[in-house]
Design a protein around this ligand. Structure first.
Ligand code: GDP
Length: 473
């Protein structure tokens, strides 16, 4: 049956006049809104309106996003031991206090802000990738940007490579700071060369990897580093809605003899206010007081603010996400539910055993993961290279072998965290993980296997690649 104009208008949710206007524009003749339309005309109009609606919805969504204000980038500082992470944080903290005339009272709240003419940068106040990984491992993404410090007197070292692997796995943008440039032995070219060897081409060589020469001692180059951080953040277009329900991540929690439970947290979205109820993992709190890195009392904390809060009755876990809830009833119910859920899944886990490679393969298969993430640990540089060379040949079009990290020495707890976030496995050759590392791998469900014969290791990999290609059931 042919459709009448008023019927179609109703179907499309528009007024008769609106539809008549479209018909006029299309040059379709009609007598009144009761006239019938050809099927082809009705179809064409439906299509047109559909497209307009989709475009309108897209425009509205983009407008909504654009109306959300920018937030400052959150930066973590990582790198090899003694390359200057702590010194860089100290310098940044000091420069911030120097700007203020007031006599530099600070308190550690897990992160601090550095204000520059170009914008504000939030630095996580703990050096090293372990703290960072523990936080991320619990599901929260904290840092937008990782500054990896490399002493220009030494170049890339094993923990530099680890830091790169951790930062990449978290999806953070990486900026390198070639530190100790004030020393006579500093050689930025060595840093460039080392990074090229890892397949990263510095801007100085026409690539897109930022390497900023700095000195954490003299402060040389640090303004440029801050500027590069802000430029990188601008490209990321980081936004957060201060009006949303407050949400963020627990940075630290401890018990103080006098004050009770002290929790440092970073607000990532929304605005946390005195009197708000929040839940973090299995714990909840009612915010009784807040103070910032300057030691100043705060009544609210918006996106990008790190504050220390009072009001948790027991210790939440660093790295857990916290979220606003309306009241105590909700807070209690949600945390009780979580405790029950954990107990139930613990019982299931206790029935099982440590995950092995076959379990990993199965879960990768279910997730249609086409990349096998591996961490390799060997006894010597020679065996490491030999295994890597063979592995490179085992990658196929369908299944890529991705070595997250390869190094000499026993697998560490930090390796387990990395493998756990990347859903990967740790293979070690001729080196034994310590008991605590084995236990942690078991708890986190990370396959960890030790081999004595290279070909057994390769065989295991081949099985994994095959398992990914064909259904394992
Ligand atoms: P971390 O282990 O990465 O936190 O390294 P630290 O910040 O503790 O620095 C290790 C050593 O290098 C310390 O003795 C610092 O004083 C020194 N250091 C760090 N940065 C610089 C720098 O830019 N120039 C010079 N000359 N020494 C530095």
């Amino acid at each position: 049956a042919k459709i009448r104009i008023y019927q179609l208008a109703k179907e499309l949710g528009m007024t008769n006049d609106e539809l008549l206007k479209i018909l006029d524009d299309m040059g379709v003749a009609y007598k009144s809104h009761a006239s019938t339309l050809e099927d082809t005309t009705a179809e064409a109009i439906k299509e047109l309106i559909g497209e307009q609606k989709v475009a309108e919805a897209k425009r509205k969504a983009e407008e909504a996003r654009k109306s959300i204000p920018h937030r400052p980038p959150v930066v973590v500082i990582m790198g090899h031991v003694d390359h200057g992470k702590t010194s860089l944080l100290d310098y940044l903290r000091k420069s911030r206090i120097a700007e203020k005339e007031a006599g530099g009272i600070t308190q550690h709240v897990g992160a601090f802000e550095v204000k520059t003419p170009g914008g504000t940068v939030v630095f996580i106040d703990t050096p090293g990738h372990e703290a960072f990984t523990t936080i991320r491992q619990r599901g929260a993404k904290v840092a937008d940007i990782a500054v990896i410090v490399i002493a220009a007197t030494e170049g890339v070292m094993p923990q530099t490579r680890e830091a790169i692997a951790h930062a990449r796995a978290s999806g953070a943008k990486v900026i390198f700071a070639a530190n100790k440039m004030d020393l006579p032995g500093a050689d930025i070219n060595k840093v460039h060369q080392d990074l090229m060897q890892l397949g990263m081409v510095p801007v100085a060589y026409g690539g897109d990897v930022e390497v900023l020469p700095i000195s954490a001692k003299t402060g040389q180059g640090i303004p440029d580093l801050l500027e590069t951080i802000l430029l990188t953040a601008e490209l990321e277009d980081l936004r957060a809605d201060p009006k949303a329900e407050a949400q963020g991540v627990i940075l630290e929690a401890r018990v103080d003899k006098q004050a009770g439970v002290l929790v440092s947290l970073l607000v990532q979205q929304g605005t946390l206010k005195i009197g708000d109820f929040v839940v973090a993992g299995e714990h909840w709190g009612k915010i009784r007081a807040m103070s910032d890195a300057e030691g100043a009392r705060r009544s609210e904390a918006g996106p990008g603010s790190a504050v220390q809060v009072l009001g948790f009755s027991d210790l939440p876990v660093a790295g857990d996400t916290f979220t606003w809830v309306p009241d105590q009833v909700a807070a209690k119910e949600i945390t009780e539910e979580r405790i029950l859920e954990r107990k139930a899944s613990q019982e299931v886990a206790e029935l099982g055993r440590a995950r092995n490679l076959a379990d990993l393969m199965r879960s990768m298969h279910e997730a249609e993961q086409k990349e096998i993430n591996l961490i390799l640990r060997t006894d010597t540089q020679g065996s490491l290279e030999a295994i890597q060379n063979i592995l490179a040949k085992e990658s196929t079009e369908e299944v890529k072998i991705h070595v997250l990290l390869a190094g000499v020495g026993a697998p560490s707890e930090s390796d387990v965290l990395l493998a756990s976030t990347a859903n990967g496995a740790i293979l070690s050759f001729n080196v034994n993980p310590s008991g605590s590392v084995k236990k942690m791998a078991e708890q986190k469900g990370v396959p960890l296997q030790t081999f004595r014969i290279i070909y057994e290791l390769i065989d295991e990999i081949r099985k994994m690649v095959k398992g990914q290609r064909e259904p394992v059931f």
